[in-house]
Design a protein around this ligand. Structure first.
Ligand code: ASP
Length: 395
């Protein structure tokens, strides 16, 4: 029966993953746990190739012709700047035509149409649905709806979760891991223009290694309600020797949820909690700052957080001055007062680069979903790498 999702929603995530795949590839992107190391590396590789190709006219023309026959619906009824715009830019880069609904009061939802009927309509006119809603698990239900339509030989298109309630933000996790990978390769001048060379860093810190394994990742702010943290740690837990420090107020809804701690420990992550950024700042390789997500406050939260001093969860220039020389500061944005703007010019502050990386990795994901990643891999050496080798100075 259509629109009957309860039993499927109730399953553990691990049992849902196969439902979101077709022919050995992801069809829908709903959970960060759909990405394994191999797929992450593949998508990061494609993202870097797209980034290279976008630098040169032939590359841009090639990319723009890949999916010019397709249309994407961006159904974003929850506020968004970066996810919406970077998905749109990613689609446009590959030639997809985009349309959007951001305000349900201008669609038939206003006349009482169910969200599922609306989404089914989108699948009649579009080839891809990217969605962000306040309702948790709506994107998951829409993916099941598309699968049911497929079973009934009806039109069915991929659904990509651009943020669902407070639970998951899988494509943010992808861009975060892509940014971390590029930073910890210590090679890309584009990601860290004023970064000291790896050799120089190594001379001062002989234990420093390239890559994500063995690093200390610190998450600061609203740990309990931040969907970006929940999704990003799932990807980081795939790497060995990872240590995670969670810095949050001692508040039941803001601190590390027990369920997440248990899952991370089970994956072999070393987990630590702290109430004070000042106490751990010197140990951190990657600092992931987040804002306090007041939009999820219940009446009780409002009372308990009223007048609370949250300044121990703000990053100051003084704290940054004590950070490791190679450390990276990220933030999914929007920021409030937790990162002072004076920090923006510190070479370790890479949150604007991180936001731009969202465009490349989302383009890579869309290319993969529509099976043009192979064409990008074949064309990159012809258009970019060879030209790059011979003509380095001209690019
Ligand atoms: N932009 C991120 C999200 O959509 C982070 C945030 O809103 O604080 O979850």
């Amino acid at each position: 029966m259509l629109y009957d999702f309860e039993a499927r929603l109730a399953r553990p995530t691990a049992l849902k993953i196969a439902d979101l795949e077709r022919n050995g590839r992801l069809k829908h992107v709903i959970f960060s746990r759909q990405f394994n190391r191999e797929l992450i590396d593949h998508l990061c590789g494609i993202a870097s190739m797209i980034q290279d190709l976008a630098q040169i006219p032939e590359g841009r023309e090639f990319l723009g012709g890949r999916l010019a026959h397709l249309r994407a619906m961006l159904y974003f009824t929850q506020p968004s700047t970066r996810t919406f715009l970077s998905f749109m830019a990613a689609c446009q880069m590959l030639g997809l035509t985009c349309n959007e609904i951001r305000d349900p009061s201008v669609s038939s939802e206003y006349k009482g149409e169910s969200k599922f009927d609306s989404v089914r309509m989108f699948s009649s006119y579009f080839d891809l649905i990217i969605m962000r809603t306040r309702e948790p698990r709506l994107a998951e239900c829409c993916a099941y709806l598309m699968n049911d339509l497929d079973d009934f030989n009806q039109r069915s298109v991929p659904v990509v979760n651009g943020g669902s309630g407070a639970d998951e933000h899988p494509t943010q996790a992808l861009l975060d891991v892509y940014t971390a990978q590029r930073c910890f390769e210590f090679t890309s001048e584009r990601d860290a223009p004023r970064r000291i060379s790896f050799e120089a860093l190594r001379a001062r810190n002989p234990t420093l290694k390239k890559g994500l394994p063995g690093k200390t990742y610190c998450f600061c702010g609203d740990i309990g309600r931040g969907r970006t943290i929940r999704s990003f740690v799932n990807l980081l837990s795939l790497y060995s020797g990872v240590r995670m420090i969670f810095v949050s107020p001692e508040h039941e809804r803001l601190r590390l949820p027990e369920e997440l701690r248990a899952r991370l420990l089970q994956s072999g992550v070393e987990v630590q909690e702290s109430r004070d950024l000042d106490k751990v700042i010197e140990e951190v390789d990657l600092l992931y700052m987040t804002r306090i997500q007041h939009e999820w406050d219940t009446g009780d939260d409002k009372t308990s957080l009223k007048g609370a001093d949250l300044s121990r969860y703000w990053l100051t220039q003084k704290l940054v001055s004590r950070m490791k020389e190679h450390a990276v500061i990220l933030h999914p944005f929007p920021r409030n007062e937790e990162i002072a703007v004076e920090i923006d010019t510190d070479p370790r502050a890479l949150y604007f680069t991180q936001a731009r990386n969202g465009m490349w990795i989302r383009a890579a994901l869309i290319a993969y979903l529509f099976d043009v990643d192979g064409a990008i891999m074949r064309t990159h050496p012809k258009l970019f790498a060879e030209r790059h080798d011979y003509n380095l100075g001209n690019i």
